[in-house]
Design a protein around this ligand. Sequence first.
Ligand code: SF4
Length: 232
Amino acid sequence: MDKIYGLEKMSLVDYDGHLCATIFLAGCNFRCPFCHNSSLVLDTDNLQAYSDEEIFSYLESRKKMLDAVCITGGEPTLTANLEEIIDRIKSLGYLVKLDSNGTKPEILKHLIDAKKVDYIAMDVKSSYAKYKKVAGITNNKLIDKVLESIEILKNSNIDYEFRCTLVKELHEKEDIEGIGELVKGAKRFYFQKFTDHGYCIKDGFSEVDISIANEYLDIIKKYVPNASLRGY
Ligand code: SF4
């Protein structure tokens, strides 16, 4: 298998209500300039994968302590053997949460229909008009895929959230209205606090002040009443 490039052995924050391990898959089709996992997005040829033995013997040994595994990246749906990885995690009895940027709606739909995952956290990074800029790409093809994924999640029975990391230099009030239009009627929405740990794709980004974040929260609640701040 050998496609897992990072392991956080225990997390209380990656899957709300669960004590989980988090595994990191590499590669992404976005280049969000504020991305804090740049090593998993750029220069992936030089990454060293964990062995299956390291990952799965750890998960096997923690079955009584942890109840879930969060799969993140990078963008996990770009990993060809994602389903195999999920199946192996599931065979150990864990719940599986998947993080995604939503650019592979057909994969999300398949995983939902086949009941392979228990929770999906999908990014909705900006309004349609500003999405390319925030995702660091030059055309709308992938953004249209994101829109497809939003509809798939909204119309599914899976437990899910949409989320947006707020970046002072990238988000303005009008973008929040635009995000609201995209996610209108969704089950749950979070605005996440941006933190720069020094590994971003580009420098020069900062967090949105809590008073502004609360203004944005009031806006998004018109579209998704079950909305909250995370990390503030
Ligand atoms: S923030 Fe997510 S979607 Fe954006 S480049 Fe990083 S891993 Fe990809």
